[in-house]
Design a binder for this molecule. Structure first.
Ligand SMILES: Cc1cc2nc3c(=O)[nH]c(=O)nc-3n(C[C@H](O)[C@H](O)[C@H](O)COP(=O)(O)OP(=O)(O)OC[C@H]3O[C@@H](n4cnc5c(N)ncnc54)[C@H](O)[C@@H]3O)c2cc1C
Length: 502
């Protein structure tokens, strides 16, 4: 199958890229392993940043300043300036296509303060912001005639004989067929890798770093892989996120003695470390939003109340919410230039799988939904431009298929996956020690060697989730190895990468 622009991933970034490319007049096909409306973007709750100044005074300059401060000197100033200065236009665009943002009493888009922001800057749709954005973008794609093939699992990125991107090989999950898609430009938009921490993550199972692993195998450069953001308030037992908007609206963090112990609205790395230090002293930690009142909670944080009741069996209107910090967002990813192109000509990347050099060592809440809209659009436009400058699709280089290898299925990879998640959380988590990171690396390398002794036991051809999960585990191992090696290589503490001297 052939197209002009092949987009892999249908989260906010992939859909924005699809809209921009289609509006530029080229043929666009989107492949995704899950149904587009289920992409992880739908889980974003708190909001999307833009210095609209609708609630309090704000400016693009302050947005830039806050973003750079949180990045600990590792962001590219020009990229941050570009993202923040495009933010107001991005919100106006989302508003114009029907995203139902919450409103102030005088009808303006409502805004709330998230950690590290000097003003209420996050525009929101109650606490369903990502869901409303994702579904509206999907409607827009359908109205424009973007083609989708869901249940398509990216196996490998394809390069032609000149080393340029020319498509992708995917496993079609509905039938287990391996299919080849050829294109003049490819956009990778496959999301982050927080699920390498398995159950210690707020993320959906889909965030297994598949696109980043495929990029790595194709020789694409990665950047900042050691920077993993731990969100302070995952629910204690399930790791499901209680949004930062709960603290933004005035929630407190308390220890078992009922004491507040940190500035709740400091950047996430600082709050997570403060909680970690309390937990290591034997304290249990709670989020307290009882003082906000039932009406306020039901209007502004309805999803948080439902999640706490359902998964922690507490009602935040009357009870404290038990929490712990868990892996939430991965700053690292595929390195891109300011045209969103990787080191492979014709391969673009955007969204959480990419490193746009805007988050540095620590992302500000509300800046990720912004990056997927702003950089997703740019990736789509630039991919379309690349198509107009490319006369034909090159022939793909021959390569073997991982699925054709022999697997003996002696070792249960599910057990190993869970074990790895725990080891990464404990040894390459919020506070890191060199000796512990080395232990984790050794474990990953052993698991990689053992991969042929794993494999799938279910041989059904239709929706074989066992096979899919094995493929995800392979990617998890490859991405974890790079993450831990990068963490070992960075000797100094910086934002989310905090090293304790032994
Ligand atoms: C609980 C939660 C709350 C959040 N809240 C906020 C917030 O309030 N504000 C904010 O700015 N950010 C927030 N974030 C972060 C933000 O939601 C994400 O960074 C962003 O949505 C990522 O978008 P994306 O398009 O890059 O990736 P995703 O939305 O993760 O989409 C990835 C796509 O790639 C596809 N894919 C993956 N692997 C493959 C494969 N092998 N083959 C084919 N397709 C594949 C998936 O099916 C999916 O369609 C939150 C994150 C979480 C988890």
């Amino acid at each position: 199958m052939k197209t002009d622009v092949l987009i892999i991933g249908a989260g906010g970034a992939g859909l924005m890229a699809a809209i921009a490319a289609k509006e530029a007049g080229v043929d666009v096909l989107v492949l995704t392993k899950e149904y587009p409306t289920r992409s992880q973007t739908c889980m974003a709750q708190g909001g999307i940043n833009a210095a609209l100044g609708n609630v309090d005074e704000d400016s693009v300059e302050d947005h830039i300043k806050n973003t750079l401060k949180s990045a600990h000197g590792l962001a590219d100033e020009a990229a941050v300036e570009f993202m923040c200065s495009q933010a107001i236009d991005a919100i106006e665009y989302l508003d114009s296509i029907g995203v139902c943002f919450s409103r102030t009493e005088d009808g303006k888009i409502a805004q709330r303060r998230l950690g590290g922001a000097s003003a209420p800057r996050a525009c929101y749709a109650q606490d369903y912001t990502g869901l409303k954005i994702l579904h509206t973008l999907y409607d827009r794609c359908n109205a424009l005639g973007v083609r989708f093939v869901s249940d398509s699992f990216l196996l490998e990125l394809l390069k032609d004989e000149d080393g340029k991107a020319c498509g992708a090989k995917v496993l079609y999950l509905r039938s287990s067929e391996v299919k080849t898609y050829l294109a003049k430009a490819v956009v990778l938009a496959t999301g982050g890798y927080s699920r390498i921490y398995d159950k210690y993550s707020t993320n959906s199972k889909a965030s297994s770093g598949d696109g980043i692993a495929a990029a790595l195998r194709a020789g694409v450069k990665l950047k900042d892989m050691e920077f993993v953001q731990f969100h302070p308030t995952g629910l204690k037992n399930s790791s499901i996120l209680i949004s930062e908007s709960a603290r933004g609206e005035g929630g407190y963090l308390l220890n078992s003695k009922g004491e507040r112990f940190t500035n709740e609205l400091a950047p996430r790395d600082e709050v997570s470390r403060a909680i970690d230090a309390q937990i290591k002293k034997g304290e249990d930690i709670f989020l307290d939003i009882r003082h906000l009142g039932e009406q306020f909670i039901d209007e502004g944080l309805p999803q948080e109340r439902k999640l706490a009741k359902l998964y922690e069996n507490v009602d935040p209107v009357h009870d404290l919410i038990p929490i712990k910090p868990v892996a939430h967002y991965t700053m690292g990813g595929v390195a891109v230039d300011n045209h969103l192109q990787t080191n492979i000509i014709g391969l673009f990347a955007c969204g959480e799988c990419a490193n746009h050099s805007v988050h540095g060592a620590n992302r500000l809440g509300g800046n990720s939904l912004l990056e997927i809209v702003v950089f997703g659009r740019e990736a789509g436009k630039n991919a379309a431009l690349h198509v107009t400058q490319t006369d034909k699709i090159g022939l793909p280089q021959q390569q073997g298929c991982f699925l054709e290898q022999k697997f003996s299925n002696e070792i249960d990879f599910y057990v190993k996956k869970e074990e790895l998640g725990r080891v990464l959380y404990e040894k390459v988590g919020i506070v890191r020690k060199t000796s512990q990171m080395q232990e984790a690396l050794k474990m990953i390398q052993t698991l990689k060697k053992q991969l042929p002794q794993m494999g799938w036991s279910d041989n059904s051809l239709v929706y074989n989730t066992n096979k899919q999960e094995f493929l995800e585990f392979r990617n998890i191992l490859e991405v974890s190895e790079v993450m831990v090696q990068s963490a070992l290589d960075r000797k100094e503490s910086c934002g989310a990468h905090y090293v304790e001297v032994e």
